[in-house]
Every structure is written in C-alpha cells, then in structure tokens.
Design a binder for this molecule. Sequence first.
Ligand SMILES: [Zn+2]
Length: 235
Amino acid sequence: MRVSTSERQTGEDTTTTLYPVTKTCAVWGTASEYIEIGSTSAFGAPDLDSRPPEMARSTIFAWVQRCPACGYCAADISQAPGHAGVTVRSIRYRAQLVDSTMPELANSFLRQAIVDERAGDYASAAWAIVHAAWVCNDEEKPEAAQECRGKAAEMVMRAIESGQEITEQRGAETAILVDLLRRAGRFAKARQVIASRRPGIIDDVILKILAFQELLIARGDVARYTLDEAVGAEA
Ligand SMILES: [Zn+2]
C-alpha cells in the first residue's frame, strides 16, 4: 500500500509517500505495524528553529514510533540502547506516558528524549523535545509548546557544554537556541546567549538571524518566523 498525501504539480515533486512496515520492539520483542516515510519534499523557507515547510512539515507523526505493548518510543522502534528496558519501566518514563497536559504525539517525543538523555545523547534528546514543541503548536497548545521550548533550550545548552553537535552548520546551534529561548519567553537568557556567542560567529546569515532575533526580543515577540523573514528583514 502506498499513500500519497498530495498531488504532483507542474515539474515539482510535491508528494509525500508513506508505507506501513511491521517492526519488532527492541525492548519487549512485540511486533507491530508502523508508518514510515518513503519520500517527502519541502517548499519554501524553514522556521527559525529549523522546522521544515510542507510537505515534510506534516510528516512529523511518522518521526517517532511507540510500541503499543510497552510504551517504548524511538525514531526506530527496532533499535534500543542497553538501558532502555530499565528506562521504560522507570517512574519518570511512565509519568510521561500519562501527562495529560501534552498531546499524545508530543508525549512520544518526550519519552524518546528521556531514553536519549539517559544514553548521554543530549543533542538527540534536544531535537526530540523540539519536535514535541512543534506538535504542541500543531495541536494549538501554546503553553505546552512554550514549556517544551524551555526544556529543549536547556537540553541544547547541555549538549553544547558536552561538546555535542546540534547541527552540522557552525553557528546554527546558537541561532536555534536563541529562537527556542525567545519563543519560550526567556528574553533575558536569549539576549545573554546572543551577547556571549556572537563574537565567535562569522556566518553572515547566522549574524542576520541574530540581529532579527534582537528586534523580536526587544518587542517581546514570541511568534513563529521563517528564515526568509529573518534574512529579508536585514537585507
Ligand atoms: Zn515494546
């Protein structure tokens, strides 16, 4: 079975292809069916926290898999670090299972983050929490989104302190961190990060983004903006 969620347009591939796959949970050994992404596309500029535009934007539901038997959540349910069995049974993990303040999909990403954090992979944990924030925005839960962004910012800082790479592009981790802090309403911390990290940044686009963020912070703006809006504003 192949599911196309959009039609082809002139000369451009705007199709997302999804397909079901049976996978075995690496924690409990339960086989279940999951939806995976065969291909997708992205048109337009990403958000300042790197969230892709459509169609990729709407494939987020398939970025995390949750075992219906044990609740283990991972990008690939058939893979698990050695401690995952213990983590899945932990009080913190089980509490995240029933956190009614968060959308169900956000809880899956937050559970994925707990396993990543326990494995010492703070960069992956940070991204999983960022994904939870995006789900909260989609579900129109701004307070939950703000809470996730605050947690994601803390995890990004922990990753940076541990020498872990948040993105391949040098300086982009600062741009993403500042956007997380601003949209979490933590303006003072966002200003502080810009002041302390800007001297080490040479990428012109990143510098333009940080200048744009300063304008938003000055007016207390916590809204979503795209890369084009940021770079265009300074051009
Ligand atoms: Zn399982």
